[in-house]
Design a protein around this ligand. Structure first.
Ligand code: ATP
Ligand code: MG
Length: 437
């Protein structure tokens, strides 16, 4: 992509409506534009990041054996009356009437909807176990939308739902999602810590929130420092195996949000206790028959008798993650994207647009890298070098490839790593080899 033609409205000034760094940086880097309170348009750069996150979430769900479908955003109130949540949900639910005066709503979550689908289409115990998921926009009329996409009213969520005929089966599904979540957040460049959680309006008896530590987190969290050293990507990928030992290993050390905090237990950790602010990026629940029972979702068991389905639900805040990753990955100059979610891998900086030799080399590098599948944002504008560097630092692409007349005289270009700032001077061929490796 050439910066001269890209729709990238970078802001020079810090927008004063933004209270936290991720919101400021997302506005300054031209990633989003507010439409109304808690509702945003995703501009091209922001959408690239959102899609990358979505892609990693999807890959890890698929690996764990979950199957993707897509449910609508607008639901019928009848479903929620069946489960008893229509009144319980309160003013966070956006209620709508269609032209026939039927009560509808913009889905804040999909437990009822998926239960209805499964109830209507699954017949026997042979139809389970299943984990179904979708990645779809939700609406919650939050009382205080704030912090940009971190607490929006319209937001993108990945939500999965598991169906089993036994409590044991449901726990196996829970462990699968638990491991998939550890892997997902690690691939996004985050250290997410599973913390025992309150089940809230979703209900049920087993629940974990996945929390990343960041100064601007909305809640106080406490955990053993061992969590900061664990590497989920070292875990195998065998979802057919018994995952209980993995689950036990990741849950036996103390980790709790404020609501579940046990001061005595925490104090016993002494110097091993970490107290920090946290951002919730995922939340998983095992709630058994909470929805299947009132909604009559059963399948025939081996003896032909109906069995009420055991269910769980598993959410990831896909759009919140864009902000959360920036909260965890930035410095004074701007965003520092983990490579896995960066909107482009390389920012190509032409230090002297209009100079034939510099332009020529930039075009060549741009063409060769792009042909090799590397995503390059080429700053081909006629701007001062200082302003180009500031823009690249703000955008936070993992590598800056800097080309100028002075270096070219010696046959070299420069690669700067955005994280850490290491610089390397090398031939254009070596630079291509490095960036395509
Ligand atoms: P919170 O406690 O932050 O209000 P929640 O517990 O109500 O969130 P869940 O129902 O568990 O949220 O939803 C699953 C995930 O969706 C959350 O872990 C979070 O990452 C994301 N999420 C929830 N509400 C919002 C929101 N208003 N804006 C952006 N993401 C959200
Ligand atoms: Mg939650």
């Amino acid at each position: 992509m050439r910066l001269s033609t890209y729709f990238l409205p970078v802001l020079k000034e810090t927008p004063n409506e933004a209270q936290i760094v991720s919101h400021r940086l997302m506005l300054r880097a031209g990633m989003i534009r507010q439409s109304s309170a808690g509702i945003y348009s995703w501009l091209p750069l922001g959408l690239r990041v959102l899609r990358k996150i979505e892609g990693i979430v999807r890959e890890e769900q698929d690996r764990a054996g979950a199957q993707e479908l897509l449910m609508p955003t607008i639901q019928s109130a009848e479903l929620w009356q069946e489960s008893g949540r229509y009144d319980a949900y309160g003013p966070e639910m956006l209620r709508i009437r269609d032209r026939h005066d039927r009560e509808m709503l913009y889905g804040p979550t999909n437990e009822e909807q998926i239960t209805e689908i499964f109830r209507g289409l699954a017949r026997s115990y042979r139809d389970v176990p299943k984990i179904l998921y979708h990645i779809q926009w939700k609406f919650r009329d939050e009382i205080r939308p704030r912090f940009g996409v971190m607490r929006g009213r319209e937001f993108l969520m990945k939500d999965s739902y598991s169906f089993d005929t036994t409590a044991d089966g449901a726990r196996r599904a829970y462990y699968k999602m638990f491991v998939a979540y550890l892997r997902t957040f690690a691939r996004l460049g985050l250290k997410a810590i599973p913390m025992r959680a309150d089940t809230g309006p979703i209900g049920g008896d087993l629940s974990h929130e996945f929390i990343i530590l960041a100064e601007t987190g909305e809640s106080q969290v406490f955990c053993h420092k061992s969590f900061l050293e664990k590497d989920p990507l070292a875990l195998g990928l065998d979802y057919a195996a018994d995952l209980k030992p993995v689950f036990d290993d990741w849950t036996h050390d103390y980790a709790a949000t404020e609501e579940m905090h046990d001061a005595a237990k925490a104090a016993a950790l002494g110097d091993d206790l970490v107290t920090a602010r946290g951002i919730e990026v995922g939340h998983i629940f095992y709630f058994g028959t909470k929805y299947s029972k009132p909604m009559g979702a059963t399948v025939a068991g081996p003896d032909g008798q109906p069995v009420t389905l055991e269910m769980g639900s598993y959410g990831i805040g896909v759009s919140r993650l864009v902000g959360a990753i920036i909260e965890a990955c930035h410095d004074d100059n701007g965003i520092v994207w983990p490579e896995s979610v960066a909107p482009f891998k390389v920012g190509l900086v032409n230090l002297k647009s209009g100079d034939a030799e510099t332009d020529g080399m930039c075009e060549k590098l741009y063409a060769e890298l792009t042909a090799a599948g590397v995503e390059v944002l080429y700053d081909d504008r006629d701007e001062r070098a200082g302003s180009k560097f500031a823009t690249m630092d703000l955008l936070g692409l993992p590598y800056q490839l800097v080309v100028g007349p002075k270096g070219l005289k010696d046959g070299v270009v420069e690669i700067k790593a955005r994280a850490g700032g290491d610089r390397e001077t090398l031939s254009p061929e070596a630079a291509i080899a490095r960036l395509t490796a």
